[in-house]
Design a protein around this ligand. Structure first.
Ligand SMILES: [Mg+2]
Length: 270
């Protein structure tokens, strides 16, 4: 069975500055329910904020939620979220040096970053707001202090809605990419049959991990450039850049996700 995995904010959800096609979300819901596929949301949002997005935008419930930037995995069955018990064990096994409290203590003295609210932290996610204008200098200090000590991944992204820089420290084995790899493996789905759609920062990892990638048309310039560079280095990567025109849609947000699904044959052409 094919897997359709998508980021939420500004990928599936039309919450950026580009115009959204009316009716695109209804079409997405209909097509993904009509055609047999496993729908996975891969998002920085926690469970509460994911449910808020489902209510606010009317996107359907997924089959699997890789939330909190991939640090949590839940299945959705008959109105209930079921945590995946194997995931935490695997992360502990694969990133034995990970220690959120130690990361916190290590970066405590660095200026220009502020710890995020408790709802955005978990044992596998130590996150900060960063002064975006000073990011280069801050990230340099962060790397010098942290890099390589905690089996960690250091992921920076930028929230274009509020101008905030977001910095996540995660176990290297619990990112958007590894969470999706875990879900694919659990469903015996080869990488190329996993379509992943994204728009920014931390989507770079799943977009360059050998899945069938889709960049929605509104994707960040920085991400587009990084993905193009990755494709030059590794011509075997499959990445599709949505451009609009599919079923009369614009290619932005939800429409770009739909366009990518047609491109990779998840929905048959009419
Ligand atoms: Mg996004």
């Amino acid at each position: 069975m094919h897997i359709l995995a998508t980021d939420l904010d500004r990928t599936l959800l039309p919450n950026g500055s580009w115009p959204a096609d009316p009716g695109a979300i209804e079409l997405f819901n209909e097509l993904t329910q009509q055609h047999e596929l496993l729908l996975v949301y891969v998002t920085g949002r926690n469970l509460d904020l994911t449910e808020a997005a489902i209510r606010e935008y009317g996107v359907r419930y997924p089959d699997v939620l890789c939330g909190d930037v991939g640090t949590t995995i839940r299945r959705y069955r008959q109105g209930e979220w079921l945590p995946d018990p194997g995931w935490d064990d695997k992360v502990h096994r694969d990133s034995p040096a990970w220690d959120a409290a130690a990361v916190r203590a290590t970066v405590a003295g660095i200026e220009g970053m502020r710890e995020q609210e408790a709802a955005h932290l978990n044992p596998f996610k130590q996150s900060y707001y960063v002064d975006h204008a000073r990011r280069e200098q801050i990230l340099e200090q962060v790397e010098a202090a942290v890099k390589g000590r905690f089996d960690e991944a250091i992921v920076y992204s930028f929230d274009s809605r509020n101008g905030k820089g977001l910095l996540d420290f995660l176990p290297a084995s619990a990112t958007k990419q590894t969470a999706l790899e875990y879900v694919a493996q659990a469903h015996d789905t080869p990488r190329e049959e996993v379509v992943f759609c994204g728009d920014s920062g931390n989507d770079i990892f799943p977009l360059t991990a050998g899945f069938s990638g889709v960049l929605v048309r509104n994707a960040d310039e920085q991400l587009v450039e990084n993905v193009r560079l990755a494709c030059e280095r590794n011509p075997a990567l499959r990445v599709y850049f949505a451009r609009g025109g599919c079923r009369g849609l614009s290619g932005y947000y939800t429409s770009g996700v739909i366009e990518g699904c047609y491109h990779y044959g998840l929905f048959p052409r009419q």
